[in-house]
Design a protein around this ligand. Structure first.
Ligand code: PAF
Length: 296
């Protein structure tokens, strides 16, 4: 495995294989856990060369979010990548000009809801850095986790709006046996918080179950989900059903939709989402192909 710190060296290393071998890219901010390893394994299955970037992107942190406190665990991350057969770790020190970035990307509409609503500017930082990384790595495919569905939807739309030649592939959320979605934040849960955490997925699942029983009105489905959460003493920051591609509110479940949740358990903010599907059209492993999905 090659650990590369500069754009020039990465370009030099990939030049001989470009166009001849399929390059898969998994962008990360490090602190890798099983969820990331799932993305890497999917990349490994789909491509000849796997590039993982580890870069904590300052532009996606808000003024009240602690960029300096973000965990940095490079030694452990690189050992995990090595074990998973990653070919290249791209670990740049800084991707931004010293006098500050003057030209960047801006998301509209898609970032006004869900996590974007409470993190103004966050997704501008994400698309700007992902665009930089795509320009540097020039992968054939890039893998993103479905747990951060809003990020996946925005990046898919970026690739389609800006005619980028990268195929975006979503990887399903990996879960503990009790349904809790894998996340680097789970480590901050106390024992008591951890025992409450499965309630989020249970609430999402209860909504899916009610849909399968024939209820297609979002308001009714959300009412049930909120009641389930209230039983566990949880008030969600949001619990919403939205179109999976446009992220617009869905009043009824007649197009591909997902139910999204964010809630604080103790001091830890957790997010999750699942697809809402009528019993007849369930999918387990979905691939987002923006060119077709944006038409839905
Ligand atoms: O999901 C993340 O870890 C980050 O938002 C990403 C995509 C690596 C961009 O910094």
């Amino acid at each position: 495995m090659n650990i590369i710190e500069t754009t020039e060296e990465l370009r030099r290393t990939l030049a001989p294989v470009r166009g001849r071998e399929r390059i898969a890219f998994v962008p990360t901010m490090g602190c890798l856990h099983e969820g990331h390893l799932g993305l890497i394994r999917k990349a490994r299955r789909l491509a000849d060369i796997v590039v993982v970037s580890i870069y904590i992107n300052p532009m996606q942190f808000g003024p009240n979010e602690d960029f300096d406190a973000y965990p940095r665990t490079f030694e452990q991350d690189s050992a995990l990548c090595e074990k998973e057969g990653v070919d290249i770790i791209f670990h740049p020190h800084n991707l931004y000009p010293v006098d500050g970035i003057k030209v960047s990307l801006r998301v509209s509409e898609l970032d006004g809801c869900l996590c974007g609503a409470s993190r103004p500017g966050h997704f501008n930082g994400v698309v700007t850095v992902v665009n930089m990384l795509f320009n540097i790595v020039q992968p054939d495919i890039a893998i993103f986790g479905e747990k951060d569905w809003q990020q996946l939807a925005i990046i898919s739309r970026m690739v389609s709006d800006l005619h980028m030649g990268v195929e975006i592939i979503g990887a399903p959320t990996l879960r503990e046996n009790d349904g809790v979605a894998l996340s680097s934040r789970n480590r901050y849960l106390s024992i008591e918080d951890r025992s409450k955490a499965p309630r989020l997925h249970e609430a999402l699942q209860s909504i899916q179950n009610l849909l399968e029983q024939g209820e297609t009105q979002s308001s009714k489905l959300i009412e049930l989900g909120k009641a389930r959460l209230a039983d566990a003493g949880i008030t969600p920051e949001y619990l919403e059903i939205r179109n999976a591609v446009t992220l617009q509110t869905a009043n009824t479940i007649d197009a591909p939709c997902r139910v999204f949740i964010a809630a604080r358990i103790g001091n830890t903010r957790l997010i999750d989402n699942i697809p809402l599907e009528h019993a007849t059209d369930r999918e387990s492993d979905r691939i987002i192909e923006p060119a077709t999905e944006t038409l839905l």
